[in-house]
Design a protein around this ligand. Sequence first.
Ligand SMILES: Cc1cc2nc3c(=O)[nH]c(=O)nc-3n(C[C@H](O)[C@H](O)[C@H](O)COP(=O)(O)OP(=O)(O)OC[C@H]3O[C@@H](n4cnc5c(N)ncnc54)[C@H](O)[C@@H]3O)c2cc1C
Ligand code: SF4
Ligand code: SF4
Length: 669
Amino acid sequence: METASIPNPSIIERQRMNVDIVCVGFGPATAGFLTTLSKQLVNADGTPAVESAAMPGMPPQVLCYERADDIGFGVSGVVTKARALRATFPELDSAQIPMTVPVGEEKVLYLLDPIGASRRSATLRAADAMVRAFKWALPVEHDALNLPWTPSFLHKDGGLILSMGQFMQWVGAQVQSTGTVQIWPGTPLAEVLIEKTTTADDRSAPVPGAAMSDANQASNNKLAEHSNVAAPEDGRTPGRRSKVVGVRLIDQGVDKKGQPSDGFTPGMDIHAALTVVADGPVGPIGQQLDAHFGLPEGHHTRDWAVGMKFVVDLPEDTPLKPGTVLHTFGFPEPEIFGFLYVHPDRVASLGIFVPSWFDSPMRTAYRQLQHWMLHPYLWRYLKGGKLRSWGAKTLGESGRRGEPHLVGDGYARVGEGSGSTNVLTGSGVDEAWATGTQLAEAVIELLKAKKPFTKQNLDETYVKRRHASWVEKEAIVAEKSRDGFQKGVVRGMIGMALAGLTNGKLTLAGDPVPPWKRIPSIEEYYRGRVSPEEIAKLQAECQARNSSLHGALMEKAGWPAIPYDGQLLMSHQDALLMGGKVQAPAGYADHVEFLNPELCEKCGAKICIEACSGQAITLGDAGVPNFDREKCVHCGACVWNCAQPLPDNPERTNIAFRAGTGGLHSAEN
Ligand SMILES: Cc1cc2nc3c(=O)[nH]c(=O)nc-3n(C[C@H](O)[C@H](O)[C@H](O)COP(=O)(O)OP(=O)(O)OC[C@H]3O[C@@H](n4cnc5c(N)ncnc54)[C@H](O)[C@@H]3O)c2cc1C
Ligand code: SF4
Ligand code: SF4
């Protein structure tokens, strides 16, 4: 490799573009924002309804960058009440959108453990015995109790079952056809550009299209380098003030560590009067803002879940009707929730959520999902089915308590990364969409009034709208609804019911703790089931094969081997290779980094390896894991599933998750 032509990173010159608004990520939140905004930028006669400051005489220039290789490559098949979606599209006809169907029959099922391998508390075992003893009088079939009554807050009647991938393609096409908005998939944003001023004077805030001074690159580089680390400085220090002035695209032609290499192309700086941050629960731009500005007093992001999902062809003779919604709890482990939604044409989305309060060092969603599918209640529907695609994604489940600073000078946050997901009703899409539309209305108001996007102006327009809306009212009800789970599943379920039925007035207490605090050692978790000697032997065998430990350990603890059928039940490796659906273009830096190798060296649980949704993290030399970008499905689970806190910020773990390309290629998810 020729190094003479490779530039020194400290003197890189970057191209720069000025626009009015730049959006980070194209999920439901941005889709709601752009759909609402794009309709109001131009008059019926084609003249600008409001004028661009970046390009005078034109409508405002609006760009959206999406990390994934296509706008429909996100992950989650969803059931949603679709209140916000219908408010935007009052004439919405579900037949127009592939894989969409109105919600039909809804069931909530408590799955008994037919194998006897799950870890159940004494209370749960007693409850199971009661259900079995009285099954002649209860709606029990195939080891599942169909709850005869479920509270209304869990129902999605009148709603829709959607494939998010298909829905996002449908919305994206509509938004782009207005000609006022550009969406660029396959374009991750690496950094937020933050400029510091020395006075707390609103006059220094960015005005649409006004020339902006260069962002403080050194600070940004440092933030990018340690996006999981606490703020290097506080933007709220009296006399100093930070404003967001745009974003930087990811560098291309770099080595794994991000150092310039052959074909180096520095990422362009996009300067904008408003940066709309909608990069979901583990987005790097959101993480950098949190590192810089901190979270509001008392807020945290300690509750999360990893959702893994299959899209399957059901057998030809399936009795399941389109619109069917099944929700489950109780199996394969009591903490794991499951879902099955039936789309038209015998296609179903199904999967599980592995929540933060599942205190197991073997939190592998893929293996748990296979055991869930094999539960007798579900397997009778799935046997003979075929896997079409699959995926995994993290969910931010801290809700309102995870809300960051929603606005600041030059930026606003919407969607799940802004704490919008409702953990009581299990609803994220509608809320994300709603916050996007609220911001769009605020932006139009400010553009029309020719007011700059200052914190104050965004507070008075966007935050005010959001706080007066159903999103906030329902978020207050949901805020503490899941705290009971911190002390067990039975307590958690009772707490949820109490919160839902009393509008959040009554809840059961529990203190969410940082992820690493929850995870016991492997020996502790399997005490009484697998001896430390057997664990050590399995560890040595798995290390010799360089394979993960969870499968061998689960089988030792009583779980049966998975009967692979090559159709629906296949090895994790085969699923990864299926149809070549995981892609990782060359010339980009690794987006997962183990920040302090010395912490990894002494880490016993190595939960990052066991929990990785793509088998992209494997055992490396001297106990420090290896990361393989070509297997990463970008679920973000590793950010949470690390057993070690950062020494200088115990709210964060030893893994950095940065902007990256590639991931899963499927528009069905
Ligand atoms: C398995 C699963 C099942 C679910 N089921 C339901 C359900 O039934 N009902 C429901 O209402 N909700 C459900 N959800 C939750 C729902 O999917 C989320 O609440 C919703 O997608 C949040 O929307 P968002 O736009 O805020 O963020 P996201 O959907 O996370 O979108 C963020 C986008 O930003 C992109 N991005 C991130 N970083 C960058 C970067 N640096 N540069 C450029 N782009 C970037 C990402 O690729 C992504 O496309 C489910 C989630 C999962 C994982
Ligand atoms: S990344 Fe975290 S869980 Fe993985 S080995 Fe390092 S410290 Fe342990
Ligand atoms: S390395 Fe990739 S696939 Fe593995 S947990 Fe992290 S984001 Fe998910």
